[in-house]
Design a protein around this ligand. Sequence first.
Ligand SMILES: [Zn+2]
Length: 173
Amino acid sequence: MGAKYLLPCSCGQSTPVELAQAGETIACACGLKSTAPTMRGLKQLPVIAEARPARKSWGVAQGVALLGGLVTVGGLAVLGWMYVTEPRLDLTSISKELDQMSLLQTWRAWEMFGRGLPGRYPDDFSDQTRAILRGAALREHANYAGLTATAIGLAVLGLGGILQLTSTSRRKP
Ligand SMILES: [Zn+2]
């Protein structure tokens, strides 16, 4: 790599010179030889737009990183949505209902609430309470899904970064 500087010749042409060639004797295309200036002198000369080694525009690493990024964003979106839409549970109405149940029913209710499993709920509950319990269970699953997606996404993103690093270091001589 490294920029090239145009060393002018008395013939009117210029010869591209690298910084490493400072002070060396440079032969022009016309055959005349001239001495390249010091590094500082070279830097005063016009620069050739560096022909960049064609960068791989889209590699596996970028694809993996993009995938990881998308999954991460998706997971975070789920978590954000869950946070924003978090219902303010009307605990007073639930506890009032729990008070009216037998001890056994109460225990079953809390066991179910704690486990957070969606599915069948005993008919002991009112429709409202069952809806709340079922909703809480579903939300818990969605939260887990969001967390899992975020974690996997970040891992894939990191993998993409590692691939990127190894591929760039491999490309360098
Ligand atoms: Zn010349």
